[in-house]
Design a protein around this ligand. Structure first.
Ligand code: NAP
Length: 250
């Protein structure tokens, strides 16, 4: 079997109804994983897409506004892949930023990511999956795990936190057969960035700074995620991989 194959593995992707999460779910299924597409809304479109290509997928309603929502999802199951993709962003000047926008973003992007991953790892360690001798967690970080951004204080804080959690969990779990890594996307054309794409000036300024000369597509992130979940990436622990068209290299 190819070292890149995910055949026999069971995966859960959060926020799999749209954007990057949808593309990741499709990519994992294309490599042979059985994918649970989790969303606060039904992931019917993603499941249909996977089924139409001959892949295996099921759906799960999981609203991570409650950071403990996934506490009982993994016990007694055979998941060996978790992709923490769900995320939100709130924009306002830091002088005006509200506590509500702080808490909402931190709960979904950081607290839910930690406790979902804790539940996954506890279950994996108690019952290693039949699909393989290792497990993989892929966290979706951001360019703003490295930069400050503007008008997005809770998002920037949460994504710096995602990079930090990726490193501590890798330190603690590498010896337990769990690979924890993150992908830091640059500017990817999804709902998350719709406001930036719609603003001609911001859009031009962004594209001008991307050496690759274009916005990323969700599929640009999905291939990297599939690789990080595979046996081919088994010696990669705690990495935060920039998938940004060269933005940070500039
Ligand atoms: P998106 O299309 O808006 O996707 C975000 C996903 O998160 C959606 O499925 C959304 O569900 C889900 N979500 C939001 N709140 C949730 C909750 N309470 N419970 C469960 N799911 C929830 O944007 P995207 O760009 O694909 O974002 C995916 C990830 O990539 C996020 O973590 C984001 O921060 C990160 N990222 C994106 C970019 C970019 O340029 N696009 C760059 C860096 C990092 P709904 O559809 O119901 O809202």
């Amino acid at each position: 079997m190819s070292a890149f194959s995910l055949a026999g593995r069971r995966a859960l992707v959060t926020g799999a109804n749209t954007g990057i999460g949808q593309a990741i779910a499709v990519a994992l299924a294309a490599q042979g994983a059985r994918v649970t597409c989790a969303g606060r809304r039904p992931c019917d479109e993603t499941i249909t897409q996977i089924s139409a290509s001959g892949g295996a997928a099921d759906g799960l309603i999981l609203d991570l506004a409650d950071p403990m929502a996934a506490a009982d999802v993994f016990a007694g199951q055979d998941y060996s892949i978790l992709v923490n993709n769900a995320g939100i962003i709130r924009r306002a000047d830091s002088l005006e930023f509200s506590e509500e926008d702080w808490d909402a973003v931190m709960d979904v992007n950081l607290k839910a990511l930690f406790f979902t991953t804790q539940a996954f790892a506890r279950a994996y360690i108690n019952t290693p999956s039949e699909g393989g001798s290792h497990a993989a967690v892929v966290n979706i970080a951001s360019l703003l795990s490295f930069q400050g951004g503007i008008r997005v204080p809770s998002y920037t804080a949460s994504k710096h936190g995602v990079a930090g959690l990726t490193k501590i969990l890798a330190n603690e779990w590498a010896a337990k057969g769990i690979n924890v890594n993150a992908i830091a996307p640059g500017y990817i054309a999804t709902n998350n960035t719709a406001a930036l794409q719609a603003d001609p000036e911001r859009n031009r300024a962004i594209v001008d700074r991307i050496p690759a000369g274009r916005w990323g597509a969700p599929e640009d992130i999905a291939g990297t995620a599939a690789f990080l979940c595979s046996a081919a990436a088994q010696y990669i622990h705690g990495a935060v991989l920039n998938v940004d068209g060269g933005w940070l290299a500039r």
